[in-house]
Each structure stands twice: as structure tokens, then as C-alpha cells.
Design a protein around this ligand. Sequence first.
Ligand code: AMP
Ligand code: MG
Length: 340
Amino acid sequence: MQTKRWNMQKEQPNHQAIQEAAELLKNGETVAFPTETVYGLGANAADSRAVSKIFKAKGRPEDNPLIAHVATKEQLSKLVSILPDIAKTLLDTFTPGPLTVVLPSNGVCASNVTAGLSTIGVRIPEHPVAQELLKTCELPIAAPSANISGKPSPTTADHVWADLQGKIAGLVDGGPTGVGVESTVVDCSQDIPVVLRPGGITKEQLEEAVGTVMVDPALANTSDNPKSPGMKYTHYAPEVPMWLVAGMPKNIQVIIDRERDSQKRIGVMASTETADQLQADRIIPLGSDLREIASRLYDALRIFKNGDVDLILCETFPQTDIGLAVMNRLEKAATAYVDH
Ligand code: AMP
Ligand code: MG
């Protein structure tokens, strides 16, 4: 399959190109597009054959449900059987934006979108290109991250191209995404909201809006069965093994030196401040605060290639604010956790 690619600026969606992309979606094809979190791979959520093309292109396990994307709250309310007050408040406060609410489905979306669950994850993205595409096609669009399953999520159109060129009908290039980690998934189908996946909206922000918010215990304890089915799969993996390293820069340097002594070429990912104090074969500074680190994370994971380095060492970060999402992704991407 030839993948059609359109280029545009985030703030100036190209109407003609968006029309063409929307036509493909209406015809049951897959189109990747930018959102404020990562690039999504979209298809008509009401058409099970279109949705199955997403699973095929990504190699995604079929028991991992997809998030349905819409342009407005009015459209969102047409996909769920109830919209509790807490969900309304969360939507009013944080959307359009990087928040997905899980609610009882009314069956409008195809059953392979929800992987047979009675609930559906729904989100209203803020990105102007995503908004315009959703408004133009007037469909709910199922859209997981536009990467091959298991690899880091795409934060640029080139990441999508590298993974899915020839496997999808279209790619709307709207430049790099902003937040860099996926949406926060919050289950609002019970009385107390539960964070199933940490993301762009932090637990602190959610609590300020609606009071008590729980975090799925499975996020802290990998032996529990996570309530968000996708959380149990290998995810975000770079090409070479990655160790998470706790401790001060001095401590990290000791481990770098030890591994280099055994002929390994070492790549490092760390905050800019820590990176400045280290010596290794390749060092990627991620930025000086947690928001910047989140936005660069997936690109950095994709930079390290086989044959270039043998092992990546990555600093650990505080699990506050968006750091909770950053550490959640790093723990899934890493092969080991070392402190000496
Ligand atoms: P992705 O689209 O690749 O960012 O992944 C979507 C995430 O949302 C996965 O972790 C899914 O398991 C989760 N998700 C989607 N729908 C539901 C649902 N109905 N219940 C629980 N988790 C969901
Ligand atoms: Mg994904």
C-alpha cells in the first residue's frame, strides 16, 4: 500500500489535505495524525473492518482496547450510556486535552474498539490538526499510538513513517507533538475515579478538580492484573537493552565505567543537569524539567540503535507531576533496575 503524506503547520491545518485525509477515514482506511500527546493511527470507530486495519498495521494484540477520539463533548456523549457528574467536571476542566475518560459504552463504536469490554475510553484532543480532522470527517475515530506495537510511541511524523510506511493509507504531518507522553486514562465508571494510566494530566491536577482520585494499584505492583488491558504488554522498548539507574551522577558514572570496562558501548539518557556531569559513548540530555523530559522521552528512546550502543543507562526521576507518567513508561521500556 502507498502511504499518502501531507505536511502542514500545527497552527495552520491545510484544509484541502485534511479533506483528503477525512475522505480516506470515511472510506474505511487508516490515517495517522498528530495530537498534543503522540501521533495516533485513526480509523472509523463505528466500522469494525476499518478498526481491524489498525490492529493489523500495528501488530497490536486484539484484547488491548482503543481510545475513541471526537471533536466535541456533544459527540462524546453519543458514545456512552451514562455521563456521571464527575466525568462531566473532568471533561469541562481538562478537555480538549490529554485526558481519556473510561465510561460505559452504548455500543455505537464497534466491539473490536473496546476489545469486547462494556466500557469505552473516549478523548477530545486539543491539537488543531486533530480537531480539524475530527470535525471534517464527523466520525468517532479510534486511534491508538501510531507505532508498531511494543516500540516507543511516535512524537514526530518521521517516527510514524519509519514504523508504518506502506502499511497505512495516510499520514498527516503536523510537526512534533507537545506533551510527549500519552493521555491520562481515568476510569469514571465507578463512584471514585481511578487513574488506569498516568499521562499528560497529573493526579495532582485531577484531585484539584474533583477531590479524591485513586491510582490503579496494578501500576505500582506489576504482579496485579492491570485494569487497563494495554498496561500489561511490553511497551516503549528501545532497540538495545536499557537499565534504569537510581542515584547521584557520581553513582551513575561508576556503573558506566564498569560496563565500559567490559567492552560495552554505553548510551545515556538523563536530565540536562546530570548529563553535563557524565561521560559515556553517547549522551542524550532530556531537558531541565519534568515536562521537557516527557516531551523528549520517546524520541530519545528511538535514537539509540543496534550497532551504535550496546546498553542504555537512564536516570530515574521523581514520581511527582508528569514524572509519574515518565517513570511508568521508563519502567516498561527498561530491562533492569540497578542501583550499584
Ligand atoms: P494507546 O491507544 O496505545 O495509547 O493505548 C490506549 C490505552 O487505553 C491502553 O492502555 C488501553 O488498555 C487503555 N484503554 C482503552 N480503553 C479502555 C477501557 N475501556 N478500559 C480500560 N482501559 C482502556
Ligand atoms: Mg500505544
